[in-house]
Structure formats: structure tokens, C-alpha cells
Design a protein. Sequence first.
Length: 215
Amino acid sequence: MEHRMISIADQVFEELERRILSGNYERGEVLTELRLSEELSVSRTPIREALKRLAQERIIELTSKGARVIGITREDIEDICEIRLRLEGLAARWAAERADENGIQKLKEILDLQEFYTERNDPENIKTLDSRFHQGIYRLCGSNAMRDTLEPLHRKLLKYRRVSVSTHSRAVESLSEHRAIFDAIAAHDGTGAEAVTIQHVQNARDSILRRETLN
């Protein structure tokens, strides 16, 4: 029973995090345990646990009236992108140095799918595959600490990455940048992988901040 409750709480946390970060719940909106329990068809216990975790992530604030949605501010985006600039290049370097052929092939399959959906101008699948590509690099780098640091940061930009790739020209540019990162990793070129990854994160940051007006 305890294992089942933990599993439900994890699922509730992931769903609420997705809804907040994708903009389904607006900044400043107050979410009550009763409302969320009814929306997700679960008891209030896993809702309460999930809200505590979301508060620790600083994307909601617990108040006497309920959980107030904070979401991601412009300052958050700038900070997250700065951290990614400093860490993702290193993750790509390690991936290039440590990846085996099986891991490289899996990364290529993700990239090929991204190309498929980019040609069809499908922003939702492009966004999904963008996430999978970066997660693939985090796995290939061989560091759980790096993966645990970067995956939540990448996830927090969910809404803004989707806005960015909804512009076809940026989606095409991002695909080209991913291709350059992949080629460097496949060639086991750590220096090159780090350089092109840093440039990619800079371009993604500039695209997000240029296209999205945050309150």
C-alpha cells in the first residue's frame, strides 16, 4: 500500500508539474487540494505530497488559501540558461568521450525522428524529441549527478521551448545544431561537442527570450 501511494504521488507530481510548466495553470492562479483531487480523480493525500514537492521546486507557493502558481519568471529563465551554458557543454564533452556505439545509435534515432517531424512542421513532436535528444546526452555523459541537475532545468523550460520551436525557422536551426552536436559526439570529439553545445544553448536562450514576453 505504501509503495502504491508513493507511486501515485509521483504521478500526481509529474502531472501537476507538466500542467504548470506548460502554462495550463496561469501564474498567480490558486490551486486547492479539493479542486486538484477532483480534476485528477485521486485522494487529497497524494495531492498534498505533490504540492509540497512543487513548493520545494519553487514553482508554487503554499498559502492559507491554497497553492499559488509561481511558474517560471524571466529571471528564472535567464538563470537556468546560464547554468545550462556552463554545464551542458561539459555533459556533451563527457558524452563524446564516454559514449559507446549503441548509445550513439540511439541518439541518432532520436535525431532522425526530430528531422522527420521538423520537415512536417509538427511543433509538439519537435518539442518532445528536443527533450529526448538532450536527455540522451545526459545519459551518455555517464554522470548521474549531471543528469539529475540538468533534466529538471531542461524540463522547467517546457512552455518556452514549445513557443520557440513553433517558429519553423528556429525548429530548422535547432535541428541543424543538434546534428552538429551529434556529429561531434559520434566522432568522440569532446572539444567540438562542448563548443557546439554551448552555442546551441545560447541560441535557444536568445530565441526564447526574444519570442516570449514574461510577466
